[in-house]
Ligand binder design. Sequence first.
Ligand code: C5P
Length: 339
Amino acid sequence: MSSAAISVHGVTARVPAKINLELVVGPRRADGFHHLATVFQAVGLHDDVTVEAADDWGITVNGPYADLVPVDDTNLAMQAARLLASEASIDVPVHITIDKDIPVAGGMAGGSADAAGALLACDALWGVGSSKAALEDLAAELGSDVPFALLGGTAMGSGRGDQLAPVLGRGRYHWVLAFSDVGLSTPKVYAECDRLRANRRVPEPAPSAAMMTALRSGDAASLGRALSNDLQPAAFSLQPRLEEVLRAGMDHGALGGIVSGSGPTVAFLVSDTEQGLDLAVALTASGSAPAVERAVGPVRGAHLITAPSGPSGPSGPRASVGSTGHQTGHTGPAGLRSS
Ligand code: C5P
């Protein structure tokens, strides 16, 4: 993570990416969203969102995906900051700096992570002191996945994915993430899912017993078998190459593999660090995925890694640094990302 994460002039929140271990997509609702029954897991791939008081609102994005992120009012982190400012009647503009490691339009809720980070960091910078429930309400206004980015861990999501209940599961899981170099638009993937199911009756979504049993047991092989995603056929239909990526990972011995959310990231579950390294090298060497990274989950949700500055100046080093679960470093030959 870049040195901006330890800025002492502002407040930095660290926020994880997510994988949907299960994503059951129900009927389309009148508001255009779909009823979901989903199980989220936060994994150790993070964005750091730093906010500093400034003369005017602004945003800077650093990292490998910076060029793909809008730096105007359409940025979800900016919308989050302005929403909190308006709710709390704050008149102090901020400059937001995002150190981005979560891929853009990758199905890992990177934009949602940035929004959650901006909410948490601005709340601390401005000394608003919002309750957890108040921040969750604002998060849900910003997007379906934003509340989970605040919560982290492993959680069941219902409604449009924004109503959360933590899952008390066991286990620490090793993931290998195969990124695509072309993003997928979430609304387009949902629309394709509707198109593919146009002639079928779609039942109300419910979580599977197999997923809950696997999480309770903490057994990675059972979890691998229980992974499922109703958006996967739609992601395959829009990016047929993803099916080959999934097959390549399974052929190399992954315990399970799944398109993450609306894709195109494909997440593979492996038994341990060593198998993760082997799979990352194999996927890279085969040319199946342009970039591969490893991460463990579950990890905690959005949290501050610098204390707010007092009126007399910066307040010093990080208030706390949690275990990120992010496995850094090159894991094989050229092509693998490290961060
Ligand atoms: O809430 P969020 O902004 O992440 O949603 C992006 C888009 O994904 C929505 O506009 C909608 O097209 C689709 N979506 C959906 N049902 C959900 C969540 C998202 O149809 N439960």
